[in-house]
Design a protein around this ligand. Sequence first.
Ligand code: ZN
Length: 187
Amino acid sequence: MSILDIRVLGDPVLRKPTKPVATITDELRKLIADMFETMYAAEGIGLAAPQVGRTERITVVDVEGKKYALINPQILETSGSIDKAEEGCLSIPDIYGDVERPSEVTVRALDENGNEYELTANELLGRCIQHEVDHLDGRLFIDYLSPLKRKAVLSKWEKSKEEYPGYIRKVRTEERGEHHHENETEM
Ligand code: ZN
């Protein structure tokens, strides 16, 4: 397995809607394994294909040991109250903001063996799945912030993006902990 480079805000791939996967090949299974490896190395809880420069409709999540590969995920239903909680994104390091989302989501997807499954998730897992499916539609959590908050966040990003030439974030295992945040919610 290998750790992939993470694309950060400004790379156009993050804004491109992804394409559904027609056939799950060994190459895609390796991509999924590499995405898990990259997500763990960067200490995130979710990672979507565009974040590693790919255009397939694939995402991986691991929230408190609940680990899923979601291929061609489709949100069937959202329900429950609208909850506000802080989110961060591996593609916008060190930037956090409160996002309102439905507390519960039901999603249908294929696993890496092509088996279809449905999952109803709430709390952090439900939030993470919604954040990742947004990535697959070219949407980022900052899109939900108020205009004022978004402006503040983007001006902070103007400075920090200089650390990522070519909009590429190199993830090294020795970087672990460097981006520590008290609520670890980068996804
Ligand atoms: Zn993200």
